[in-house]
Design a protein around this ligand. Structure first.
Ligand code: ZN
Length: 483
């Protein structure tokens, strides 16, 4: 427990610098879309149908083409090459008869593509041949109709590896806009990143409980469990702000979160109070206009003292830039505060299933560690370490796991209902990808293999498609439920 230091406020000069820094950092965590589409050479040269035979010594540097999938849809045929690694390719059209030729450098087919189902597609026949002494591969699509091809590459995501995608748009399709939209949707899918901050550490033990139980140890235990839960969840990644028993300055904590491009910042604590009777968990968000309760104010002062105790040389209290800083922070925080409160409600809803709550609503206080204006942030007091009964529980791995699980569920539910643009979660929610949302039955497919491939439960796949038995037929289109 720290001495209540009521007379002082934390330096807003520090916050000004933090706010200015925040504005320089690009808020979008989207990884750059890799759109290596080498332009389609239209027009076309002499009719050069692919067929130089000699398939000789294949070199080790060749990329394996693990599969070729063809998906018909209204107005569009999609061709997907599943690749071992990215490839260089060229594509051009030929007339009389209509063909589309795709030359892929330094590649070879490692699977049989002779049994493709071409019904309801723009393709009449697929031919493949090796070129340049077996070094390169040429794929010729004999076409039923005039098409506008559009190609792009996709990086690995979820169950998919590298892919080369070619969309053949029917004549009157708005090919470019459709293709670009689809491309953006697929390439920018990213994980939601949760920064997990175990409070205190090193020379700063945080609150002290009976039997030398330190807050810093309890919260590191919970934080590590929470980290594993997010790392295992599709669409999420997690960053531990501190991974061991050492101190990290408060400002450094938010800097780490920002440089990790975190979408949410969670600071995990275990409280202490003047009397040992108080117990229960509470969740705090940053306050814009002062603390919502006396407890919140007292706690903020206590937690903010950590830098002085944990050992940061130059903590200045009382800075002239205070007023400007306050205005800047108010402007920057409006958005993330409302989302913080939303996530906080969801966390509280889950915490109350495993723990008594000290406060039933999200409290607001001016915590230095939460001052990361563009990132929705919460400070979670998992319980009162000053209460002997609660301290005993907090010391156990099982209770730490229950708390971690409750926080995980609360944050996960919030992020799923309001996923950031361009994230995998947004993609799942909006069901935008026509590639991953359907599967056209090819020869040799079985329902159980399809379920495994798309990582959906077998029963769910059947129910989703209203299938009464396990029989499927060639060319049938199955809808894949979101994972
Ligand atoms: Zn604490």
């Amino acid at each position: 427990m720290y001495p209540a230091n009521r007379g002082r406020r934390i330096s807003l000069g520090r916050l000004l610098r933090a706010a200015a820094m925040a504005m320089l950092v690009c808020p979008s965590g989207a990884s750059a879309a890799q759109t290596g589409a080498s332009a389609a050479q239209t027009g076309a040269s002499a009719a050069q149908t692919g067929a130089s035979a000699a398939q000789t010594g294949a070199s080790a540097a060749q990329t394996d083409i693990d599969g070729l999938r063809i998906h018909p849809s209204p107005g569009k045929t999609r061709i997907v090459f599943d690749l071992g690694q990215p490839v260089e390719y060229k594509m051009f059209r030929l007339r009389d008869p209509l063909r589309l030729v795709i030359d892929i450098s330094s590649a070879r087919f490692s699977s049989d593509v002779s049994n493709l189902v071409l019904e309801q597609t723009a393709i009449r026949q697929v031919r493949t041949a090796s070129r340049n002494n077996g070094e390169d591969i040429r794929v010729v699509l004999d076409l039923n109709e005039e098409v506008q091809p559009n190609s792009f590459v996709l990086q690995p995501v979820m169950q998919y590896g590298h892919r080369l995608v070619i969309d053949l748009h029917g004549k009157d399709q708005p090919s470019l806009t459709v293709a670009l939209k689809s491309q953006r949707t697929l390439t920018q899918m990213r994980d939601v990143i949760i920064a997990i901050d175990a409070g205190h550490g090193g020379d700063d033990p945080g609150a002290l409980g009976p039997g030398k139980l330190y807050e810093k140890d309890v919260v590191l235990g919970i934080a590590k469990k929470l980290h594993v839960l997010f790392e295992q969840e599709p669409g999420f990644r997690s960053k531990l702000i501190r991974e061991g028993d050492y101190y990290v300055a408060l400002r450094k904590r938010t800097e780490i979160a920002r440089s990790s491009q975190a979408d949410v910042f969670l600071s995990i604590h275990a409280d202490a109070f003047k009397t040992s009777k108080v117990s229960g968990a509470s969740v705090y968000a940053i306050s814009q206009k002062g603390a919502t309760s006396e407890t919140a104010r007292w706690l903020a002062e206590k937690e903010n003292m950590a830098d002085l105790i944990g050992g940061v040389g130059s903590v200045s209290l009382g800075d002239r830039e205070d007023e400007v800083a306050e205005i800047l922070l108010d402007l920057a925080q409006t958005h993330s505060l409302s989302f913080s409160l939303e996530i906080g409600d969801s966390v509280l809803g889950n915490l109350k299933k495993v723990n008594k709550l000290h406060k039933k609503t999200v409290e607001q206080a001016a915590f230095a560690v939460l001052k990361s204006p563009e990132i929705p942030s919460l400070l979670i007091e998992t319980g009162y370490i000053s209460n002997p009964a609660e301290a005993r529980k907090l010391a156990t791995r099982s209770h730490q796991a229950r708390l971690a699980n409750a926080i995980f569920k609360g944050v996960k539910n919030s992020m799923q209902s309001r996923p950031p643009d361009g994230s995998y979660l947004a993609w799942v929610k909006q069901g935008k990808s026509d590639e991953a949302k359907t599967h056209v039955i090819e020869r040799g497919d079985t329902l159980s293999e399809i379920a495994e491939r798309y990582r959906v439960p077998f029963r769910k796949l059947k129910d989703f498609n209203g299938l009464r038995n396990d029989t499927i037929r060639l060319g049938q289109t199955l809808k894949i439920p979101p994972g």
